[in-house]
Design a protein around this ligand. Structure first.
Ligand code: NI
Length: 420
């Protein structure tokens, strides 16, 4: 094709090709690859119908985020089941390490969805789920490639002593289109020429979906909302804060807050926020404050300073990309802070914000919130928890009747009452 173009050298020929729509290859812009075993991730903010789901168990230090997709119930169920399995294994026993599940979109096209889950619990376990949208079926590695021949290829490239499986829990693609096989703690990348003959027709569609570049959504700058300033030294102020979102309940919550003219502070998880930039923009446009709750909701006190820094910075970038500016507030996952965490936060221009009350431990959430509220107080809720969001209208009604004004954390900070 290229030779033919060069031969003719005509602009008309190029135009003709462009008009004909050419092949999917035209839409690929492989990102530079530094680590060949790094699986390419699609920008979740460009995926229509995606909704991040969050599951957290504070007592057990267990957090999982994973995506769901409109019209892909079998895939959604498979992802939920996998997460459920990890939660069950994490038990409730003392000494069980923190569980953390992160996700990325390994592929998204009109025909195929790929989701990679990485579960850390001491070690790391990776699983990639492939979904055939037309058939409505979840596919395993055997549906993508000739597993036996792939295992032989992987054995040749793997480190000595690596236990190469017969069925691969995670098959995905890097930015060059190389096949990445992950198993246990190992990962091997296989070049295009070697794996191409092993692909099934579905495997070929999966690979093309993995390399597809979707158009970036376009948006205008977030308009500033004119909000009458509240002086919390004289007014009866309370700050409602919502952690772990955004998620399926966040839109409903924003409607409720708007109904009361109430403003709140949202401590967003970067991984979730990246999938719902429009929700962040709506929050900011309504005058709410957006705080940083880190990228993957790890217990920061168990991480080295560099990881703490990168986890916070990744979310800063997500918030900035969606709304035009980064957060100024940080709330560490589980409220777990030490000198390292506060030091890193300060160096990144962030102030850590705790809470006075955290209703939602299985009791009457509205009653707990109302009882715990006090002027200048910070109440912590979760916009990923349906029961908490269900309680919000009653919380707003009862506190408003008590003369409270609902403000953001920076407004409270101006009055000097915010817990660290
Ligand atoms: Ni949290």
């Amino acid at each position: 094709m290229l030779g033919w173009l060069r031969l003719r050298g005509g602009v008309a020929a190029v135009l003709l090709l462009a008009a004909a729509g050419c092949s999917a290859r035209e839409h690929r812009e492989p990102a530079p690859v530094t680590d060949v075993t790094e699986v390419r991730a699609a920008d979740p903010g460009r995926i229509p119908g995606i909704m991040p789901v969050t599951r957290v168990d504070e007592r057990r230090r267990a957090f999982a985020a994973y995506p769901s997709f409109a019209g892909a119930e079998p895939l959604n169920d498979a992802l939920a089941r996998a997460v459920d399995g990890w939660f069950r294994l994490s038990g409730g026993r003392r000494g069980v390490p923190e569980l953390n599940v992160e996700w990325s979109a390994a592929a998204f096209s009109d025909g195929v969805i790929g989701v990679r889950l990485a579960a850390e619990r001491g070690g790391t376990e990776r699983r990639t789920f492939w979904y055939d949208r037309a058939a409505g079926e979840v596919r395993g590695s055997g549906d993508l490639v000739d597993e036996e021949r792939l295992a032989a290829l992987v054995r040749r490239k793997a480190r000595a002593g690596a236990a190469v499986p017969r069925t691969f829990p995670s098959l995905a693609f890097n930015g060059h289109g190389d096949l990445v096989a992950e198993f246990g703690a190992d990962a091997v990348a296989i070049g295009y020429r070697a794996y191409e003959p092993l692909l099934t027709p579905f495997g070929r569609r999966a690979r093309d979906a993995a390399l597809e570049v979707r158009p970036a959504p376009r948006w205008d700058p977030v308009p500033r909302t004119a909000v009458a300033p509240v002086d919390c030294r004289t007014a009866r102020c309370v700050a409602l804060t919502f952690d772990d979102g955004p998620g399926p309940e966040t839109g409903r919550l924003l409607d409720m807050l708007a109904g009361y003219g109430a403003r709140a502070t949202f401590f967003v998880v970067g991984g979730n926020a990246a999938a719902l930039p429009a929700t962040l923009r709506r929050q900011r446009a309504a005058g709410h404050e957006i705080g940083n709750h880190t990228q993957a909701h790890r217990d920061l006190t168990r991480l080295p300073a560099l990881r703490v820094s990168s986890d916070i910075q990744r979310t800063q970038q997500v918030v900035k990309a969606a709304t035009g500016r980064g957060a100024t507030l940080l709330r560490a996952p589980y409220g777990a802070v030490n000198g390292t965490v506060t030091g890193v936060a300060r160096s990144l221009g962030l102030v850590h914000v705790g809470w006075n009350a955290a209703p939602g431990s299985g009791g009457d959430i509205a009653a707990e919130a109302v009882a715990a509220a006090r002027p200048g107080g910070v109440v912590r809720l979760r916009d990923t928890d349906r029961e908490s969001v269900d309680a919000v209208p009653e919380i707003l009604a009862r506190l408003a009747a008590d003369g409270y004004t609902f403000v953001t954390v920076p407004e409270l900070r101006a009055a000097g009452t915010v817990p660290r």
